[in-house]
Structure formats: C-alpha cells, structure tokens
Design a protein. Structure first.
Length: 472
C-alpha cells in the first residue's frame, strides 16, 4: 500500500507516467499475474476439511469448526440438495451434537430417523399441520420473559404482513397499524399466559382480541392483576385517536391472527414436548415438516418458532447444534437473523442454508440484510441450472478473475509472426455456472480457491442405502 501510494504521488507531480506503471499496479502483488483465481485442489483446502463436519461432495467434507462458520447452497429444485447433502449427512454419525432439519416432504424423517436413533440420537418429528403424528410445541408457554413475549408478537405480526405481500404480489401498507396493534396483542398474550395451562396459548390471546370489543377488553385488561398487562394496554389506549382508529387496529389483528384459529395449530400448540434446553442436553434429531405449498400460510408460525428456538439455544450451554435448512426462505423472516448468523458460531451453532436463488433472501429480509447474511455464510456451494441472473452474477463476482494468454498471429508475404499477451476473464461466466454438470457441485470455501466436486448422491452408494430404514 505504501509503495502504491508513493507511485501514485509521483504520477500526481508529473514524475512517472505510462502504461507500464498501470500494469504494475493492476497485477497481483505476490505473483505478478493479472488475476490468480483458479479451480483448486484438495490440497488448497487444508485446514478446512476433516471428518466431523458436513460433507458437501464426494471429496470435500468440512471439519466441525468450519461447519459452524455456516454454508449456503444455491440450486434449482431437483438438482440434488436433498439427495446429495441432506441424506448423506443424516445417514452417517459424523455430525456432533443435535441436529435441526427442515424436512418439507417428511421423507428425511421416514428414511433416516431409525438410523439416527441407532447412533444415539432421539428423533422427534414436529409437523404443526399434522398434530396427531407430531410432537407439540407451545410458543407462548416457552416465553420466559416479557421481552420474549413482545418479540413473539412482533415476529407474528411482521410475518403475517409479509405473507400477505407474497401472496398478493403487492406491497402491504399500514405498518403503523401493526405498530399500534402490538401493545394490544402483547397485553392479551401476557394476560392469557398468566392464567397457565391450558389457557396459555396464542390461540387464547387471539380469541380474546377477536371476540371482544374494545370496551370489554378495557374492562378486562385494565383491571388485570398483572402490572405488565395493564401497562401494555395503556400503551395501546394512548394510540387511540377515535373509534375508527380502534376499529382499524382490530381489523389488522383479526387478519394477522387467523392462522392461530386453525384447529391443527391449536392442537400442535396444546403443550410442549421439546425445547432448546433438551437439544443442548442430549443428542436429538428434530425433523420439522410441513407442506411446501403451505409455507406462506404457515410463515407467521414457523418464523416465530425458529426465532424463539434459536434465541434460546444462543442463551443455553451444552452440546453443539447443526441446522440443516432446506428452502430456508420459506420459513419467513426470523427476527434478528443478521445478528444471529454473525454471532452464533461462538455458541456452537452452525447453519446449512439452501436457497433456489439469492433473490429469495432479498425478498424476505431486504437487500442490506440479505447481503449481511450472505457475507456470514463462509462456504458457498452451487448446484446446476440456476437461472436467476442476480444469483449468477453474485457467484461469478465472488469467484473472481483468472489470467489468460491471448495469441495473435500476423502474416505477410515472407513470414508468420506469433505474439502473446496476457489478459484476464471471469473464472466462470454466468452461463458456465448455469451449465454446471448435472452431477457437479461447485464449492467456494472461505478464503480458498473454489473446488469443483462431484455430488455425493446417497442412492448410488451402498454405505448410505444400507442405512435407509423407512418408517411405514
């Protein structure tokens, strides 16, 4: 940097000018090359690979420490995310601690839970839309403090609004109505929570708000024995300018809380069968299953569930936790995830996040937050057939440039002359990334050269297929 500054100073005062100097400044300082990106070898990944982390391809398996620095996988539907990443890692005993896996179709639980049990993990299936085959989880009862109740309410309302946007394709207005609705919702939540089981559910709070007018709520909540109930309701009343304002707030809440009137959600929330402490105390494989076509409908619930579970895991010591998140964007917006992903490594939590495109992340979290999340996913993996231009450009950009040699041939009557010039080009163009082989996975790890591996497809490897034991 000092050398460059001195040279630039000479240019400024009229000392040294010319193409040669510009070439020196643009070349890689250590090698003298114009660009140094290349497809690497296994040797280039020393210090990253091991035998106790996530396997990404046939040749590359990260160590546990690098797994906890997080992984993103981008790939189109049907290009091997489940078959080359989820199945192989759930059919070995390499991962330490507990696992939380998003299993939209329920096939991972069906095929791998018996193996997980055989290696000492307790398999738990959580399917909120199929409560009679599922463990139960009461979001409100698991709130330990008022601040957690407030965060629960915020996450539900924000994701309800975002779900409406995604469903309608239009920008939802009225964020001010959400803000004014929040203290009323929080007051109702704290009120029903104070009553204990079986009243302490989000559904009970929703019914309280939906089925009672403002005057009835005032009589009930303003006179509660719980100080925090009264405080939150007084905050709500301070927002009321007219009966019309109160009516608009009620409409907002009624719309946002419809999910919690679903009988399946009511049954799934009737008690708590697992929690963050259990995941830290003993090895568990928690399979979270719900139909993909219902993800938008469920996002207020699932985003709130993940927000609460992750935050409580962050505050609980114990064994390590690995999240395997297929179709991550379908969860909804996890509150504070940009901070979580940058700090959870030190709490022994690692994420593998799968997306069809980086645009999905932008759609849910906004451009700045999506950028921050991507920056904290240290290993990037790319599967074939991506067609989203923003994703292709992002990958091509982070792969960087490679040096090429251009040959020029000139002929005249007496002889032929060859001359050679160096130039640079993208290591892989957007089209070359799109056209990755159907059995390939491109791995871009940390600060190392990218590696082109073969997908580790479980169904062609007897090591894995012999361990599949479907639950009928």
């Amino acid at each position: 940097m000092l050398f460059e500054t001195m040279l630039l100073t000479k240019i400024a005062i009229g000392g040294v000018v010319g193409c040669g100097l510009l070439n020196v400044l643009s070349k890689d300082e250590s090698s003298g090359e114009l660009a140094t990106s290349k497809i690497g070898t296994v040797e280039d990944l020393k210090g990253l690979i091991g035998d106790n982390g996530l396997r990404l391809g046939k040749k590359i398996q990260l160590n546990e420490g690098k797994t906890r620095e997080h992984i993103i996988v981008c790939g189109a539907t049907g290009e091997g995310k489940t078959t080359s990443l989820f199945y192989p890692n759930l059919l070995t005993s390499d991962i330490q601690g507990s696992i939380v896996v998003i299993d939209p179709k329920g096939e991972l639980y069906r095929d791998t839970s018996r193996f997980q049990e055989s290696i000492g993990r307790t398999p738990i299936l959580f399917n909120p839309l199929s409560p009679f085959d599922s463990a139960k989880y009461n979001l409100l009862a698991e709130c330990r403090t008022t601040s957690e109740v407030v965060e629960l309410a915020q996450t539900i309302l924000l994701n309800s609004s975002k779900a409406l946007e995604l469903q309608s394709g239009t920008k939802a207005g009225g964020i001010e109505w959400l803000n004014m609705s929040l203290p009323l919702f929080v007051s109702a939540l704290i009120y029903v929570k104070s009553k204990g089981s079986p009243i302490d559910t989000i559904t009970s709070a929703a019914r309280l708000v939906i089925n009672h007018g403002i005057e009835d709520l005032d009589t009930l909540l303003s006179n509660s024995d719980e100080e925090e109930v009264r405080e939150q309701f007084n905050i709500f009343k301070s927002c009321l300018e007219s009966p019309k304002t109160a009516s608009s707030i009620k409409v907002t809440l009624n719309s946002s809380l419809q999910l919690f009137m679903d009988n399946n959600i009511i049954q799934s929330s009737s008690r708590t069968d697992f929690n963050a402490k259990m995941l830290r105390d003993k090895p568990i494989c928690l399979y979270i299953s719900y139909p993909e076509h219902k993800s938008n409908y469920l996002s207020p619930y699932m985003a709130t569930f993940f927000t609460q579970l992750i935050n409580q895991l962050m505050e609980t010591k114990g064994q390590s936790i690995t999240f395997l998140c297929d179709e991550f964007a379908n969860i909804g917006m996890i509150n504070g995830f940009t901070t979580i992903i940058s700090t959870c490594r030190s709490r022994m939590i690692g994420f593998l996040i799968c997306l069809q495109s980086t645009s999905q992340l932008v759609q849910v979290y906004g451009r700045d937050n999506a950028k921050a999340i991507l920056n904290n996913l240290k290993t990037k993996c790319v599967l074939p057939s991506i067609t989203d231009i923003e994703t292709l450009n992002y990958i091509s950009d982070i792969l960087g440039d490679t040096q090429i040699t251009l040959k020029n041939t000139s002929k005249n009557k007496s002889n032929t002359t060859d001359s050679y010039n160096t130039s640079k080009k993208r290591l892989l163009s957007t089209d070359e990334i799109r056209r990755l082989g159907s059995d390939e996975i491109l791995i871009i790890p940390h600060n190392r050269q990218p590696f082109l591996d073969k997908q580790n497809l479980y169904y062609v490897n007897k090591k894995y297929t012999s361990r599949v034991s479907p639950i009928r």
